[in-house]
Write a protein that binds this ligand. Structure first.
Ligand SMILES: Cc1cc2nc3c(=O)[nH]c(=O)nc-3n(C[C@H](O)[C@H](O)[C@H](O)COP(=O)(O)OP(=O)(O)OC[C@H]3O[C@@H](n4cnc5c(N)ncnc54)[C@H](O)[C@@H]3O)c2cc1C
Length: 252
């Protein structure tokens, strides 16, 4: 089947690399070797390849910026799809549709520069809009679920579906896509860009958020940002929230 996959990649001019060390590709510089690292350059290519993989029951991983991924050293996946080049960008009637690989910081910057409110807090979060929409990423009181209107996915049976915000079950760093209650690959994310605010006020806020991040987050060693977990120790009585600060680890 991998032979057929290679033929298709060549035929469709989809970029790929063979026997790729995940240490060279991932944020944490960890992991084993991927047999194939595939990098579609737009949504159509991504859709084509994902449908092929689903149809042929080939296991694969899909990653954006890998800034929320931890691959163990002995993990050697067959296929990894990187969405980093799937950066389509389209504005239409008060909404913006971004390809799943669009950079979240870039989106934040674009919105601030154009007086669009609600995106200031994302200025320092590394990653793609696809990764953020799945994880319900956020910072400084801003969460992506406040601005996502719907998410376009390709289901495991190859169908394209738009999932509305209210079907994504958004909670703290959670969505039904993350829990796999909704199964599929995110192709693009639609955002509400109708809220306006003063550009200079938003710019100032974003600058302060970046300073706060620089001062409070460990940059010297590789890390996955802050880890928050909520443990409901006393069900229905009291819930304790544990906030675990940056876990930094020197990677040798
Ligand atoms: C220094 C640092 C600071 C951070 N600060 C914050 C913060 O302030 N707030 C916060 O919420 N997070 C933070 N993070 C975590 C991370 O940046 C976010 O979770 C980000 O949204 C992950 O996006 P990504 O593209 O890197 O996703 P990845 O790490 O590539 O993927 C994450 C998960 O999403 C899946 N996935 C990715 N794209 C798709 C797709 N198109 N379809 C289906 N599944 C997909 C992957 O399979 C994986 O399971 C930080 C991380 C770092 C390293």
């Amino acid at each position: 089947m991998i032979k057929k996959l290679l033929e298709i990649l060549k035929d469709q001019n989809i970029i790929y690399e063979k026997n790729v060390s995940l240490k060279e590709k991932t944020w944490l510089k960890r992991g084993g070797t991927a047999k194939l690292w595939i990098q579609p350059e737009n949504k159509d290519m991504l859709l084509f390849i994902i449908r092929f993989l689903y149809d042929n029951h080939i296991n694969f991983e899909i990653v954006g910026n890998t800034s929320n991924c931890y691959f163990t050293e002995n993990y050697d996946p067959i296929v990894i799809i990187s969405t980093l080049k799937v950066c389509d960008f389209e504005i239409n009637n008060g909404t913006l549709i971004c390809g799943c690989g669009y950079n979240l910081k870039k989106l934040s910057k674009f919105c601030i520069e154009n007086g669009i409110a609600g995106y200031e807090g994302f200025i320092g979060i590394p990653g793609t809009v696809g990764g953020a929409a799945i994880n319900n990423s956020g910072a400084r009181g801003y969460v992506i679920s406040q601005v996502v209107t719907r998410v376009e996915i390709v289901t495991t049976s190859g169908k394209i579906k738009w999932i509305g915000n209210n079907q994504l079950g958004y909670k703290h760093r959670y969505s039904t896509l993350k829990s796999l209650r909704v199964k599929g690959t995110v192709l693009s994310v639609e955002f509400d860009i109708s809220r306006r605010d003063d550009k200079s006020v938003m710019l100032k806020k974003a600058e302060n958020y970046l300073i706060h991040r620089r001062v409070n987050q460990e940059n010297k060693y590789l890390n996955l940002g802050s880890i928050f977990s909520e443990l409901d120790l006393f069900k229905n009585k009291r819930s304790l929230r544990f906030k675990l600060f940056t876990i930094s680890k020197r990677v040798t």
